[in-house]
Design a protein around this ligand. Structure first.
Ligand SMILES: Nc1ncnc2c1ncn2[C@@H]1O[C@H](COP(=O)(O)OP(=O)(O)O)[C@@H](O)[C@H]1O
Ligand SMILES: O=P(O)(O)O[C@H]1O[C@H](CO)[C@@H](O[C@H]2O[C@H](CO)[C@@H](O)[C@H](O)[C@H]2O)[C@H](O)[C@H]1O
Length: 480
């Protein structure tokens, strides 16, 4: 047996070192164990797997975080593959259950069968999901993530939400809406797991189809940019390579997804008060970002003006608000051949949950992707990575010709995306200048704060975009 105090003290050391831990840079001083939901037992009835729900308290006295930790408990750590270990002493080990295929097998079968347990409430899988009788093969994905996803049998993905909040996670809510709409734009949702959190329930995990052999939009875009700048690029440069057609079909896929979400989740007219609320939210987000990223200060006045213009817009002809993806970028879109699939509907990690669950203009997602083309174009130069020719490249020596090629590449792919989007939506996002440019600024401001916190070496990418965007704000009446 392990004393709770020993476990929580081990977790206080272990948690901040985990890649998914969201509160990087905030010293964790104490961990409190809220629940232990057992999900696996040995043949002799001893608990071998639990989902621990812990609350982390920070030195800065700021808000505590609630985290989910599926843990294996046994006399020793499994040898191969050896999972990350929380604590180990003779006769007792506690380790990460998601890296132990035996325990992942138990968890997935619990979800698929729909059989709950103390504190666990699974939504079962459809009858056509037939799991083999032998132990399931699994391994955690190693991509940079805020949650932990485990690949099972090379066919299924178990996504375990690390940060917990009461209620249904927006990722699951939106996936359910799209499943109900018969969408082909998302991987098939196969099941979900709720668990007890205090007096209520929270989404702990989702099980979905794994999109095998997919190319992530972000990687394809980077490859295309490297091709543009590399030694094989045509004299004079070219901006319309293979990725142009992909950008257009991505616009089609996003517009279809929006249409499905509007049908399944309903729409709300964009009223004057909705515009005023949007402008207020954007302004509040800017003020919070400014506190984190003081380099935004020179742009404060034009940014505030751009948002005030949103409040002054005519409502006639505006797109209705609806459920959206909320944090759409090229890392969230997967391509197999000509078909795109969209993942991760959790929304922006630091946006309050009620705002993430609210209806927004679909232009919020459009802006997310338009920003992402700009990110891909400027990534290598800004972070000093190597361009296609393999020579080291110094971000400070960005020459004018490259700068103009990259701006053309961005504009070309943004246009292709909007053309594809308009073909399905019947309206072109580029016609909604004031609202679109406010959403673009809102995203670039969010990204500046995000990068300041998480990847300071990248911050010049969104900051340069803020400077360009404020220089080109469309005119319109300003509501103070
Ligand atoms: N169903 C899926 N099939 C294949 N790859 C996926 C799937 N879902 C996610 N991924 C890959 O894993 C990455 C992280 O997934 P995501 O849901 O965005 O996790 P997180 O919320 O932790 O950021 C994605 O960018 C994508 O490359
Ligand atoms: O994928 P998440 O839901 O965790 O989103 C967060 O992290 C993203 C980075 O991984 C961040 O996206 C920014 O960088 C991307 C390249 O890594 C780029 O494609 C995006 O356009 C850019 O916004 C995202 O903003 C953040 O919420």
């Amino acid at each position: 047996m392990m004393r709770t105090a020993d476990l929580t003290s081990a977790l206080t050391d272990w948690l901040p070192a985990q890649r998914w831990f969201p509160a990087k840079g905030r010293p964790l001083v104490r961990t409190e164990l809220l629940h232990c939901h057992p999900f696996a037992e040995t043949a002799t009835g001893e608990v071998s797997g639990v989902i621990a729900v812990v609350r982390g308290h920070f030195a800065d006295g700021g808000p505590a975080g609630t985290y989910q930790l599926p843990l294996g408990v046994g006399p020793e750590v499994p040898a191969a593959p050896r999972p990350p270990v929380v604590t180990e002493r003779p006769g007792l080990a506690v380790y990460d259950a998601l890296a132990d295929p035996d325990l992942v097998d138990r968890l997935v079968r619990r979800i698929a069968s729909g059989r709950g347990g103390a504190g666990l409430y699974p939504e079962g899988a459809p009858p056509d999901l037939l799991l083999p009788e032998r132990r399931l093969r699994s391994r955690p994905l190693t991509v940079e993530q805020s949650n932990t996803s485990v690949l099972v049998e090379d066919r299924y993905l178990l996504k375990v939400f690390r940060g917990l909040a009461p209620g249904t996670n927006p990722d699951l809510e939106v996936q359910r809406l799209l499943r109900n709409a018969g969408s082909r734009s998302v991987p098939r949702l196969l099941g979900a797991l709720d668990g007890r959190l205090g007096d209520t329930r929270a989404t702990f995990a989702v099980l979905q189809e794994y999109v095998a052999d997919a190319e992530e939009g972000w990687q394809s875009a980077l490859a295309d940019v490297r091709d543009l700048l590399g030694p094989t690029a045509r004299a004079g440069g070219r901006v319309g390579g293979d990725f142009s057609a992909a950008a257009l079909s991505l616009g089609v896929a996003v517009a279809r997804m929006h249409r499905e979400l509007a049908r399944a989740g309903g729409t709300a007219r964009m009223t004057r008060s909705a515009l005023v609320r949007t402008a207020r939210q954007m302004t509040a987000r800017f003020e919070a970002a400014l506190a984190e990223a003081p380099r935004l200060a020179p742009y404060a006045e034009p940014v505030r003006t751009a948002y005030a213009r949103v409040a002054g817009l005519q409502t006639r002809g505006l797109w209705p608000a609806q459920r959206v993806h909320g944090d759409l970028h090229l890392g969230q879109v997967l391509r197999v051949g000509r078909r795109w699939r969209i993942v991760d509907f959790e929304g922006e990690p630091n946006m309050p949950l009620d705002e993430r669950r609210a209806r927004w203009s679909p232009l919020k997602d459009v802006a997310g992707l338009l920003r992402s083309f700009d990110y891909a174009a400027h990534h290598d130069l800004a972070v000093g990575a190597r361009p296609g020719d393999g020579r080291p490249c110094d971000g400070r020596q960005k020459d004018e010709r490259q700068g103009s090629l990259l701006r053309d590449w961005t504009a070309h792919h943004q246009d292709a995306f909007c053309t594809g989007y308009a073909a399905v939506a019947g309206r072109d996002p580029r016609e909604f200048g004031v609202l679109l440019s406010a959403h673009l600024l809102d995203k670039a401001v969010y990204e500046t704060a995000y990068e300041t916190r998480r990847r300071p070496g990248w911050v010049d990418i969104p900051l340069a975009a803020v400077a360009r965007l404020v220089a080109n704000i469309p005119v319109g009446p300003v509501v103070p």
